[in-house]
Design a protein around this ligand. Sequence first.
Ligand code: NAD
Ligand code: UDP
Ligand code: UDP
Length: 319
Amino acid sequence: MSSHAETDRRILVTGGAGFLGSHLCDRLLEGDGEVLCLDNYFTGRRRNIAHLLGNPRFETMRHDVTFPVYVEVDEIYNLACPASPIHYQHDPVQTTKTSVHGAINMLGLAKRCGARILQASTSEVYGDPAVHPQTEDYWGNVNPIGPRSCYDESKRCAETLFFDYHRQHRVEVKVARIFNTYGPRMHPDDGRVVSNFIVQALRGEDITIYGDGNHTRSFCYVSDLIEAIVRLMDTPADLTGPINIGNPAECTVAELAETILRLTDSRSSIVYRPLPADDPRQRRPDITRAREAIGWQPTVGLEDGLIETIRYFRAVLAA
Ligand code: NAD
Ligand code: UDP
Ligand code: UDP
């Protein structure tokens, strides 16, 4: 079988029970391929994939990517890694192992199977960026020894491994640098800003802005993100990336809080807490490359995406 035949593709999704991974499994099962979801359930949840368990083309495997795995696959989406600062800082050594040993194992698997492999990299490779908006040729401004470094530096090292396996072993690689993405199936205790603010607003608890609220992020809705990485996987072999995937509409954390308060009709108050160490001041993707290479740009605006996400959390909190 060719490594990416149109039908009967065997697709491995690591981190498949997580927020992005479970949406990716949904999307891939709309095609003809078979999907193997590999996860150690550190931050992922079975309820994210429970609706897929009856599907004969879907299979799950409890496994930690820091250990080798021998399966036969044609494509690998490597998403396994905690993404929220509170989760990746819970066991920083394990975070680095997951990104680095996980990348080595998945690249070794891709090499043996002749599979193509996509890495879920991150805007964190740019650190606290001195260039704004961020283009892919910017090398970043990352603290190698701070509390965020286990995530940022191991994701950078994973990119290095992807490009070395490509150059040295001719593995077909795709590297997506994902910017802040939100949507249904984020964990209510995930700790990231969108889920925190929505859960706080719905519960009538104080909205916790870290710092003065003037720092910025650019928030991408999950369906736009999934569309982009599926398109990227299907590009010709010479298109490796890295390629920024995100929504260039930038907003301050204070504006996000105000929008969520309005959309939830909440009476929560805003309180200010200290800004965590090394928290980037600004973040906005330059998506020129994504527009040109995969004909992609986001289609879901912040308010529409937030309305869907609020609907999801209302149901979760009511359950
Ligand atoms: P998530 O925490 O919901 O998903 C991560 C998944 O990986 C979970 O299911 C978790 O159980 C699993 N996992 C963690 N360590 C593992 C290990 N050692 N072995 C096997 N499975 C393991 O987070 P997410 O937002 O869905 O992020 C998915 C990927 O996308 C991550 O690699 C993350 O770095 C990347 N990313 C996400 C964002 C975002 O804003 N959501 C931004 C940039 C990059
Ligand atoms: N590996 C794996 N599954 C495979 C092939 C390899 O998990 O099907 C892992 C194995 O742990 C190996 C790593 O990937 O150490 C890197 O593989 P590679 O072939 O590059 O290196 P080597 O086998 O020489 O260590
Ligand atoms: N943030 C905040 N209140 C919260 C959670 C996060 O003000 O309850 C801030 C955080 O300090 C950062 C921004 O929101 O400046 C985005 O944080 P998140 O953890 O979602 O993503 P990242 O910092 O990894 O981009």
